[in-house]
Design a binder for this molecule. Sequence first.
Ligand code: ZN
Length: 235
Amino acid sequence: MTGGGSWASMAAGLVLPRGCAGCDAPDEVLCPSCRALFDRTVAVPMPECPMGAAYACAVYEGAVRRAVLGWKDHGDEECDRAFATALCTLAERVDVLRRLGASGKDGVLVVPAPSSARSTRRRGRRHLMPSARALAAWCGRSGIDARVRRVLANAVDGGKAVETVGARGRAARLGGRIRVRGSAGLAGSRVILVDDIITTGATMRSCVAALDAAGAARVVCLALAATPRYGVSAM
Ligand SMILES: [Zn+2]
C-alpha cells in the first residue's frame, strides 16, 4: 500500500478486488490500455503562456472521463500515482523546464489550480496535491529546485486579494474568479500550474492572469485531461 490510501480503501481492497478506474477490467487500478489513454499530448491554445498553449495528458471522454471523475469526485485515491506519473511524463515530453527557462538557482513553483472551499470539504482532500508533489520531485530529479505552493484560491471563497495596480491589475480583475492568497515569492517566479480538467480554458486563463498580476515571470500550464474540442497533438 502506498501513501495516501485511506483505511476504507485498504479495507475495501482486502475484501473486493477492484476494477480498472477507466474500463472495469479486473484487478487493476488503471489497466494498460486505459493508462495509454493518459499518455497523450493535447494542446489547448493559451496565448498568454510561453508555449502558446496549455497541455493535457488525455482527452476527457469515455474511459478517461470515468477514471478522472472517480478520482476527483468519488475518492479513488489509488489513481493518484498513475495520474502523477502521466503528468510528469507530459512535463518531460513538452519540455517544461526549458520553456520555463528554469535553472537550478532560480527554482520552480508548482501551483495547483484552486478548488472551492466547498468542493475541498466535500472531497475531504486536495486531490491535485499528490500530482503537484510528484511534479516538484520530477523537477528535483532534473536538478531544479521546486516547491509546491497553494497560492491560488477561488475569489468566491473571500479573503484578502493581493493588491494590484495598472495594466496587471486590470488583467487580474478580468481574470476575476481566481485570487492570489499571498504574493510573497511570486515576483519573477517560474510556475508550473497544474489542474485536473480543461473545459473551456477560462479557469486556467484566470489562474495565469492572477499569477501574472502577482509578478510571475513565466507560467506553464499542465492538466490531466482536456475536453474533446482540442485534438491530440503529434508530439
Ligand atoms: Zn481500463
